[in-house]
Design a binder for this molecule. Structure first.
Ligand code: FES
Length: 97
């Protein structure tokens, strides 16, 4: 078993995450809020709602933080305009008349 921590940055903060941990899990353990809808702690992540999207440096698009495992050196932003706009649009689209 590999217990070596994975160093990442979230919103400019250096964070030690566990190998295989999701971005959402690492954020939550460090008091960083990422909104969620379909994620429930002990269930399998399905990545259905996309409300938990974040920016990952070098990624072509926003990623669902509840499904994406951390990797060494990953730089994540939870608070950009692109993230907030996407979250707002997703919630608006989920509203059923
Ligand atoms: S909380 Fe729904 S996709 Fe992440």
């Amino acid at each position: 078993m590999n217990d070596k921590k994975v160093m990442i940055k979230i919103d400019g903060l250096d964070i030690e995450a566990n190998p295989g941990q999701t971005i959402l899990g690492a954020a939550q353990e460090n008091g960083i809020y990422i909104p969620t809808l379909c994620h429930y702690g002990k269930t399998t992540n399905v990545g259905a709602c996309r409300v938990c999207v974040v920016e990952v440096k070098g990624a072509r698009s926003l990623v669902a933080s509840c499904c994406m495992p951390v990797s060494p050196g990953m730089e994540i932003r939870t608070d950009t305009k692109a993230v907030r706009d996407a979250q707002r649009l997703i919630v608006e689209l989920l509203q059923i008349p």
